[in-house]
Design a protein around this ligand. Structure first.
Ligand code: GLC
Length: 430
């Protein structure tokens, strides 16, 4: 029985906390953009941007030869980087399915590798204990109805059935799938135009625990800010591509100057941790499925850092909602229960001391993440840390965290003796 939109939204809202508990604690995922476009090495939109005719573009299917084991390489790096889930482009806008599809003959079993890449991806995720996400483009540049469906009623009916059938295959052929990640609901611009209400109810009946993003013209379970870490007043996941240039592979020698440093990635993770979101960081493998050289070392470093500091990232964190503690201009905090983690991008003790402003509550204990105690004295609205090493205590990334434990969730007042900062407002943590 098809639920009305309000009843559907009520139904999924009731199950959301249970379905999303793992997701809300996961914080960090790896996005993989892999397809025929990877061979072109100049963006996953090359077909559209260069007006490559379909019959010319189709030839890429025969030369598409991902090496054996490439999915396992991706999953191994994701695990080492501290990711908790992965999302793979099962079919991008080019319309080529990376799975054994009876609905779409233009696929990686009938062409190129003659392998089911999605199955290899799923097996690799399970081997490394990673949750599994399927990216599924609505827009399609290959299917004959993909463009005319906006104006042709019969074409729209055929095409939305095609989209439903594709996703039914994905959610019935590979066991439990955790995330359905829609993208680009074009040309139709409404959920009605995409039949998303019916399709998503059907797909949820196949995978009741699945989490669905907001890109099928329905809000569903989480928002997807792209290209910057833009917190939302709902569950949200910022998707970023490793070089801010292309989601699909581009020549790593040319792109290396734009690639993220591990510090930049940790900074993005910090904002997500502070503001109740996730980071989905994209890697665009080479034509043969190999990992591009510019992503490996930074991601391994991030994973090494998270192995020491993950307590401040994973699990149930409170959103500081912008009323963040502002212990120092260059330190930002995350909070978990009655503990505040100060993320210090700059290590700046003077005579072994660092002053922290604003906390009205006496800390119980202050230490580094390895438990090494830090001496402190509370003086009014200031906490003075002392005995700190001149040398940056974080040898991995130079991004040390300080853990401040309280018996209760701390009261905080920013710049308490500077009324002009508060203009009578108490920037207290609610
Ligand atoms: C944009 C791009 C698409 C990419 C997506 C990732 O929608 O058009 O190519 O897959 O971002 O979020």
């Amino acid at each position: 029985m098809l639920l009305s939109k309000p009843d559907y939204e009520e139904m999924i809202a009731q199950s959301r906390d249970k379905r999303m508990e793992w997701w809300r604690e996961a914080r960090f995922g790896m996005f993989i953009h892999f397809g025929l476009y990877s061979q072109l090495g100049r963006h996953e939109w090359a077909m559209a941007c260069e007006n490559i005719p379909v019959d010319e573009y189709e030839k890429l299917a025969d030369s598409f030869k991902p090496k054996e084991g490439c999915c396992r390489e991706w999953a191994a790096l994701a695990k080492k980087a501290g990711c908790k889930y992965m999302v793979l482009t099962t079919r991008h806008h080019e319309g080529f399915s990376l799975w054994d599809s009876k609905v779409n003959p233009f696929n990686s079993v009938n062409y190129g590798p003659h392998r089911d890449i999605v199955k290899e991806f799923v097996d690799a995720c399970r081997e490394f204990g990673l949750k599994i996400g399927f990216y599924s483009s609505l827009m399609d540049w290959h299917h004959p109805d993909g463009g005319i469906c906006e104006f042709d009623t019969e074409a729209r009916a055929r095409f939305t059935k095609y989209i439903r059938d594709l996703n039914e295959e994905l959610l019935t052929q590979y066991g439990k799938i955790d995330i359905l990640w829609y993208d680009v609901a074009a040309p139709m611009e409404s959920w009605e135009g995409w039949d998303s209400l019916e399709r998503n109810q059907f797909l949820r009946s196949l995978q009741p625990d699945i989490i669905i993003n907001n890109r099928s013209r329905l809000d569903e379970d989480f928002g997807t800010p792209e290209g910057s870490i833009k917190p939302m007043d709902r569950d949200w996941e910022a998707c970023m591509t490793f070089n801010d240039l292309s989601w699909g592979y581009v020549d790593e020698d040319q792109v290396a100057p734009y690639s993220y440093t591990p510090q930049r990635i940790v900074k993005m993770i910090q904002t997500c941790s502070e503001r109740g979101g996730n980071l989905l960081l994209n890697v665009g493998p080479k034509p043969d499925g190999s990992l591009p050289s510019d992503v490996i070392a930074p991601l391994e470093k991030v994973g090494e850092w998270l192995s020491v500091n993950g307590e401040a990232v994973y699990g149930k964190l409170e959103k500081t909602n912008g009323h963040q503690f502002q212990p120092n201009g260059v330190s930002r905090p995350t909070t978990k229960g009655n503990t505040v983690y100060m993320w210090n991008q700059i290590w700046h003790p003077v005579d072994g001391k660092i002053g922290i402003g604003g906390f009205l509550t006496e800390p119980k204990n202050i230490c580094f993440m390895d438990g090494t105690h830090i001496e402190f004295e509370k003086k009014g609205d200031r906490i003075i840390l002392s005995g700190l090493p001149e040398k940056n205590p974080d040898s991995i990334l130079g991004y040390p965290l300080i853990k401040i434990e309280f018996d209760t969730f701390p009261e905080y007042r920013f710049g308490s003796y500077l009324p002009q900062l508060n203009s009578g407002r108490m920037r207290e943590i609610k």
